[in-house]
Design a protein around this ligand. Structure first.
Ligand code: SF4
Length: 49
């Protein structure tokens, strides 16, 4: 797994602004074809307890 910088620090897998999940799934967000990065989203996100 390469280093993944992620600023979503409220995610369970986030530590020091990096993703620590063993794998992540990224899907399109509200579109059938993404044209820009804001049309993608991390499905592995889990809110910190
Ligand atoms: S699982 Fe997704 S949202 Fe959570 S730290 Fe990793 S990349 Fe960020």
């Amino acid at each position: 797994m390469p280093d993944i910088k992620c600023t979503v620090t409220e995610c369970e897998y986030n530590s020091d602004v990096k993703c620590g999940a063993p794998m992540i799934q990224v899907d399109r967000s509200n579109t059938s074809i993404s044209e820009k990065s804001d049309q993608t989203k991390c499905e592995t996100f889990k809110k910190k307890a």
